[in-house]
Ligand binder design. Structure first.
Ligand code: ADP
Ligand code: MG
Length: 250
């Protein structure tokens, strides 16, 4: 589902991604850990067209992200095509980013009706199914401010799923939550993983990474320092930077 081949991204003189290569298979869950500033969010943002890769190749589901290749040369993708690629990817952020003046249901049907031009009745039926799936069927008519952080994040997940994405990206989805609310969000993500969704999750929840991820990657300073099966990497980190990072978390 994802192939990153020596992906580089810089902001002016600042090199943020320095040749990131990895693969995520269909239905796999990749967890990404690493210190603040290491480029984790930038990598997710490149996958989701929020940033443009400067060098290297990034593919999602066999398609080059943001570019078109012709006779060995790269051309920027037409905005309409880039928008189509982005619609197939769901993203969940640390700070839920719900529309504050819309109800939960209105938040979930917004993109399907506005972007996909789904009929409202159809979008509402689907939204209700998704709210049920994340355990919030009874909150459909509430406003975001009336919900806990954990509930808001579950709405954000339902909203992303409403576009039927083939890939879901999570950028520290539980980092802004009170500790007692983390579990309910992770439970929804775990169920999503078990349903076969391909997911990339930037997280510091090592229990989740150990139990749910197929692959774990440790990033530092714009490179992948170490990658492997979560249990191996967590129990037996080989690189001293990984060891130092993990020991600080415990
Ligand atoms: P992480 O998610 O691992 O904490 P980020 O990907 O957010 O790291 O950031 C990596 C580096 O890139 C940081 O030094 C950050 O300040 C810088 N950065 C991120 N976005 C921008 C931007 N739009 N312009 C300039 N620098 C940026
Ligand atoms: Mg980040």
């Amino acid at each position: 589902m994802i192939v990153a081949d020596r992906v580089c991204k810089n902001f002016g003189a600042l090199q943020v991604l320095k040749g990131v290569s990895l693969e995520v298979g269909r239905g796999e869950v990749l967890c990404v850990i690493g210190p603040s500033g290491s480029g984790k969010s930038t990598f997710l943002r490149c996958i989701n067209h929020l940033e443009q890769v400067n060098a290297g190749r990034l593919y999602v589901d066999g398609e080059l992200v943001g570019y078109q290749e012709k006779n060995g040369k790269l051309y920027e993708l037409h905005p309409r095509e880039a928008a189509r690629q982005r619609r197939e990817i769901g993203m969940v952020f640390q700070h839920f980013n719900l529309f504050p003046h819309r109800t939960v249901l209105e938040n979930v049907i917004e993109a399907p009706t506005q972007v996909k031009k789904l009929r409202k009745a159809e979008a509402v039926t689907r939204a209700q199914e998704l709210l049920d799936r994340v355990g919030l069927a009874e909150k459909a008519n509430a406003y975001p401010a009336q919900l806990s952080g954990g509930q808001q994040q579950r709405v954000a997940i339902a909203r992303a799923l409403a576009m039927d994405p083939k890939l879901m990206l999570f950028d520290e989805p539980t980092s802004a939550l009170d500790p007692e609310l983390v579990g309910e969000v992770l439970a929804v993500m775990r169920e999503l993983a078990q349903s076969g969704m391909t997911m990339v999750v930037v997280t510091h929840e090592m229990g989740f990474a150990r139990e749910v991820a197929d692959k774990l990657v440790f990033m530092d300073a714009g490179v992948i320092v170490e990658a492997g099966a979560p249990r191996d990497l967590l129990a037996n980190p080989k690189h001293e930077r990984t060891q130092a990072f993990l020991s600080r978390l415990l």
